[in-house]
Design a protein. Structure first.
Length: 277
């Protein structure tokens, strides 16, 4: 009997190679023209000394250059023009380049979500009646607890009342009470979920929704320490140059990049890469 030897590779079914297109690979012609113009003139703030166009031809491409290119392409896909992309890159560089001034931020009178021992701490000074806060903070909370930043970031919440916001005093007093009782994030998210219909009369219902005991909440609210903690949180923010909400700090550095969820998440991931294993 003669044996016919056939390589196993020829018997195995062919498996197609799947490639995933990045944000820069799926742009329309007009959007690609915008990003090409930016890449031809702008330089990464780190990772490569040439223009993006030249740096992206390197072998290998520096990870930060690729990250920044993908981020800008995503912005271009959503309609950003060349001028706004250049400003966004500049602001991000001001946030991420070291050394930068590190502000003193206390680890008390706050609420922390995510991983409390993570190497990256993202501090958010927020007013409970801030419309923009009600949009971005729940998104960042989801990213920190069950999304791309899960187990990677400590999301620190600091109450910062803004007088021009209606019901600011009552809502932030209630928020600080919940913070002191260990349910600050839960209370704030419950409040934001019904942001448009808020009235101080609805606070007792929000207390129950956030898992707090109404009696314990009432007892804590009556304590002078709650107001003292709220005042100290506001004073700390003022010392750190906070004037509006939300104001973010990344490991103590003022966050000057664009305040959209994608940019914040990407900056945290960049910070993690810079810190190393």
């Amino acid at each position: 009997m003669r044996w016919l030897w056939i390589p196993l590779a020829l018997l195995a079914p062919s498996i197609p190679v799947v490639t995933t297109a990045g944000p820069c690979d799926d742009l329309s012609a007009d959007r690609k023209a915008v990003i090409d113009a930016v890449f031809a003139s702008e330089h990464p703030y780190d990772g490569c000394d040439d223009t993006f166009a030249a740096c992206l031809k390197a072998d290998p491409v520096h990870p930060l250059v690729r990250r920044l290119a993908d981020w800008m392409c995503s912005k271009a896909a959503r309609g950003a023009d060349a001028a706004s992309l250049k400003r966004s890159l500049e602001r991000r560089g001001l946030t991420m380049m070291r050394p930068g001034k590190v502000h003193a931020i206390a680890s008390e009178f706050d609420a922390v979500a995510g991983c409390t021992r993570a190497p990256v701490r993202l501090t958010l000074y927020a007013c409970a009646r801030c419309p923009f806060c009600s949009k971005i903070l729940p998104e960042l909370y989801r990213e920190a607890t069950n999304g791309r930043l899960a187990r990677r970031v400590a999301l620190q919440l600091k109450a910062f009342p803004i007088k021009s916001h209606k019901w600011s005093t009552e809502s932030n007093q209630a928020l600080q009470t919940a913070i002191d009782l260990g349910r600050g994030w839960e209370f704030l998210l419950a409040m934001f979920a019904k942001f448009d219909g808020f009235h101080p009369d609805r606070i007792p219902g929000l207390v129950i929704e956030s898992g707090l005991d109404r009696t314990a909440f009432a007892d804590m609210t009556a304590k002078p320490s709650v107001r003292e903690h709220l005042v100290e949180s506001k004073k700390e923010g003022l010392r750190n140059g906070v004037e509006a909400t939300p104001t973010l700090f990344l490991n103590g550095r003022r966050f000057l990049a664009d305040l959209d969820t994608e940019t914040v998440v990407d900056c945290v991931l960049e910070e993690l890469e810079a810190l190393g294993p």
